[in-house]
Design a protein around this ligand. Structure first.
Ligand code: C2O
Ligand code: CU
Length: 467
């Protein structure tokens, strides 16, 4: 019943949104929004008005209160938008901790509906995983207590209530959770003001500049990009090497990242932390839920010059880097080999999961109290993801990271950002993706789902139990 309501709403919203966009072009008379549109189309030359990139505050997860509540956020240049924020921030505070640290977080629900926070990419026990069945009512609290037991990585916290995830994430409930460890520290990667988290997403603003959530059947695609909750952002950089911790926090949109001067970026990590080898790339694709760890070298650029981080999919300019000092900051190029990653091998069991239509895995829609398969603890398995259409489906697993072994059909290849450890992998139409996975941390109920949040909310999600 509830899901049907969602579908009806979504299709009704499609009509509204067409009407709305006509209205928008009629009322679009002020210079700023016109210029922003030019930015969004990637054209327009030098006249674009840009706003300083925002940074969420950095907090420790020890004794942290996360208050989910309605707030107002400045999207840049005083453009105020109503959002659903964690601790009043959009995106939420950046949580930073070390492997081995104790996490104690109290989630307070001051939203007008149920919610629960999930730690995407964090390997925690069932009780701390923030699954739909853990959702709490408005006014209630949920206490998380766990010890971080995993390698350094950029993870993603966001709500996970059944059928409400897309809306809540879209309205602003999302943040970065960075774990550091000794292995990573030994590499002396750029840090402090040279390590920058970038939460990418898209949004459509209504006539009052509020975030408007009107998903179509193919997902929610916003009309403008936001980086760290900032429209048309710029960032002043020195002539130095920077480390960007990038999260695709969009509901449905895939980004194809490139620099406007054609220079390479050095990819050093992804969902599950550092890669076994760094790779120079002129383009990096990221599906929603995926993360990348990228070094960009501004040392050869002159003081006063600029370069744009672009999205080649939408043709958007995401972020302008402004080189704003003459001094070159030395950097010892990564001579150390990156961490060794032992490949999983010898799967004992093979399971196949077909992601079909917009709401089904192997013909079934999610039901909170149904467990669809069990996985023996500590056993290596091969999971095969395929689809009969309506992709992209970014496939995400809770409770363990996996290693991607092959992609056949469709793009028919693996990409450098799919090496190492992953928790989300993109399945396009016609593709079959094989991964190796082993649950060796906790027994309990976990989730497999499509991370296109509108598919997830419509039921493209399944419970399994590690036994
Ligand atoms: Cu990022 Cu189950 O979610
Ligand atoms: Cu999907």
């Amino acid at each position: 019943m509830k899901r049907r309501d969602f579908v009806t709403l979504a299709s009704a919203a499609m009509g509204t949104s067409i009407l709305w966009s006509c209205k928008k072009s009629m009322i679009e008379t002020n210079a700023t929004s016109h210029l922003d549109l030019m930015t969004a189309r990637g054209g327009g030359g030098g006249a674009v008005i840009r706003y300083p990139l925002k940074f969420p505050t950095v907090v420790s997860p020890s004794g942290l209160t996360l208050d989910s509540k309605l707030a107002k956020s400045d999207l840049g240049g005083g453009l105020i938008s109503n959002v659903w924020a964690y601790n009043g921030q959009f995106p939420g505070p950046t949580i930073k901790a070390n492997n081995g640290d104790q996490v104690s977080i109290q989630l307070q629900n001051h939203l007008p509906e149920e919610t629960i926070t999930h730690w995407h990419g964090m390997i925690v026990n069932h009780d701390n995983d923030g699954q739909p069945m853990h959702s709490i009512a408005p006014g209630a609290v949920f206490n998380y207590n766990y010890i971080i037991k995993q390698r350094a990585a950029l993870n993603f916290y966001h709500p996970h209530p059944h059928m409400l995830t897309g809306k809540q994430v879209y309205l602003g409930q999302a943040g970065a959770f960075i774990i550091n460890d000794a292995e990573e520290a030994a590499l002396n990667l750029p840090s402090g003001s040279y390590e920058i988290p970038l939460v990418l997403r898209d949004a459509t603003l209504d006539k009052n500049n509020n975030l408007s959530y009107k998903p179509a059947s193919g997902g929610m695609f916003g009309k403008i990009p936001l980086v760290n909750g900032t429209r048309s952002p710029y960032l002043n950089v020195e002539r130095a090497v920077y480390r960007f911790r990038i999260l695709n926090g969009a509901n449905s949109r895939i980004f194809g990242l490139a620099l406007s001067n054609g220079a390479n970026m050095k990819l050093i990590g992804n969902d599950g932390g550092l890669l076994p080898t760094a790779v120079n790339l002129s383009r990096i694709d990221m599906a929603n839920g995926e993360r990348t760890d990228v070094l960009i070298d501004f040392r050869q650029m002159t003081n006063g010059s600029t370069v744009l981080l672009r999205d080649l999919h939408a043709g958007w300019d995401l972020l302008e880097f402004r080189v704003s000092s003459a001094t070159v900051i030395p950097f010892n190029d990564l001579t150390e080999t990156l961490p060794v990653i032992v490949p999983l091998s010898g799967p004992v069991t093979t399971r196949t999961f077909s992601f079909d239509a917009m709401s089904k895995i192997n013909g079934l829609e999610y039901e909170m109290d149904r467990i669809d398969w069990t996985v023996p603890f500590g056993q290596t398995e091969k999971w095969i993801f395929k689809t009969n259409g309506n992709a992209p489906h970014p496939v995400h697993v809770h409770g363990a990271s996996f290693q991607v072994v092959s992609r056949t059909g469709g793009r028919n290849q693996l990409y450098p950002w799919e090496a190492g450890w992953k928790d989300t992998v993109l399945l396009e139409d016609g593709e079959t993706v094989e991964v190796l996975i082993r649950f060796e941390n906790y027994r309990g109920i976990y989730l497999l789902h499509c991370h296109k949040l509108e598919h997830e909310d419509m039921g493209m999600m399944a419970n399994f139990e590690v036994v």
